[in-house]
Ligand binder design. Structure first.
Ligand code: DX5
Ligand code: ZN
Length: 220
């Protein structure tokens, strides 16, 4: 599967977002990753639905919405998304997460399922009919600038093996959290397909977005 880059906008220059998005377009970024947090599922609050809808109006880059919120079904209708966009919800965020995935699919939007570091991969097993992407969190979600958890590479490899064993060879694995060049290389070899790029590799003090994206691609 093609390796794709998903830029984490919570790590971009929040005071210069329009220009950052233009540079991300020039850099050929494949997705814009927008982290939605409720301060309860994760102890942080970042970007919101008005931001999502504003971004949607100014770019054709597909959106990769990462819902770190409890009971995300309450909010799916707040976003004006299309068939190329993904809404990714956490397995841990609702006891009826199957219903939420079905709700996203019924709207014609791609659905992703995310698991936190400690959540077993079996969580994907009975939901593969409802997912277009599997998000293996490589940090405990909620903050940029963290360090990869120690089992990330093994978990990514086993996620690929599990999905392939379930006939889901075409379901891409996204990894999110401390995706540096070195970690990106390791996780790519382990089977990751979509890389959420934030402070570890894309939004850097000493490199432009275009240079950083090109360096990341070259490292894969
Ligand atoms: C973590 C966020 C990401 C990412 C940020 O919850 O979903 O946006 O970690 O990138 P890094 O980890 O490189 O700062
Ligand atoms: Zn994220």
């Amino acid at each position: 599967m093609k390796k794709l880059l998903s830029a984490s906008l919570m790590c971009a220059d929040l005071m210069n977002m329009r220009n950052s998005i233009s540079e991300l377009e020039k850099a050929g970024i494949d997705y814009l990753h927008i982290d939605i947090m409720d301060g309860s599922f994760v102890p942080n609050i970042t970007l919101g639905f008005d931001f999502v809808n504003s971004v949607k109006k100014v770019t054709d880059i597909p959106l990769d919405i990462h819902m770190m919120v409890n009971e995300p079904s309450r909010f799916i209708d707040r976003m004006e998304l299309g068939e190329n966009d993904i809404v990714c919800v956490h397995y841990e965020s609702d006891i009826h997460i199957h219903r939420t995935l079905a709700q996203i699919k019924e709207k014609g939007i791609k659905a992703g399922l995310a698991v936190n570091p400690q959540t077993p991969l079996e969580s994907f097993e009975y939901l593969t009919d409802y997912i277009d992407m599997a998000l293996v969190m490589t940090v405990s979600p909620g903050f940029a600038g963290q360090k990869l958890f120690l089992g990330a590479e093994r978990k990514t490899k086993e996620a690929r093996q599990l999905l392939d064993s379930l006939g889901c060879e075409n379901v891409p694995i996204e990894v999110d959290g401390n995706i540096s060049l070195e970690n990106g290389q390791k996780l790519s070899r382990a089977g990751a397909d979509i890389f959420v790029l934030g402070t570890s590799s894309l939004f850097l003090k000493d490199k432009s977005i275009t240079e950083a994206a090109s360096d990341f691609r070259a490292a894969l």
